[in-house]
Design a protein around this ligand. Sequence first.
Ligand SMILES: O=C(O)CCC(=O)C(=O)O
Length: 204
Amino acid sequence: MTVSNAPVTLRGVLIYPSLISIEDQAAILDDLSKVLKAAPLFQPVTPSGKPMSVRMSAAGQYGWITDRQGYRYAPTHPDGQLWPAIPGRILRIWDQVAGVDRQPECCLINFYGAEARMGLHQDRDEADFTMPVVSISLGDEGLFRVGNTTRGGKTESLWLRSGDVAVMGGAARLVYHGVDRIRAGTSTLMPKGGRVNLTLRVVT
Ligand SMILES: O=C(O)CCC(=O)C(=O)O
């Protein structure tokens, strides 16, 4: 059984350590393997043509994608099919922590191998910034860095572990955030290792 610790805040981001039990983490991975059969991971490129180090997919009415045409939400996978529905077990985590009366329309799936990272950025392609972004970590630990609502200035970091859930809402909805590195081999959740991050977003 997983013991859930008291929430902590990192520059306004609310983090619930070990919110998701080991059993539920494994069940979510099972759900995700079905999602990824229908909507396989792909390697996105930035608008300047640089490949991102994470691989991505999504579930919900929208997926967030990036390619030469820019950053945007899209109703279909780059291969043309609709995104699969967001699994109920993942929606229940949103219900537990989001504190709003809308449901997420996108569950972005980021897969980090040992060398993957994500630069500091804001999540700002959504229409309504009163809606939080809920972020679920599974697998290997990732060093999560949080800055400010404008570029630059002081930042602080902590290791996100499998089962942790972070909420970027309120004054912290538009903070710059990113993942500096992955501590490979720190979780046995996935047989081949790696980290999966899910971000739940209301898009419209
Ligand atoms: O992997 C993470 O913990 C953060 C992911 C993220 O920043 C994003 O999807 O916008």
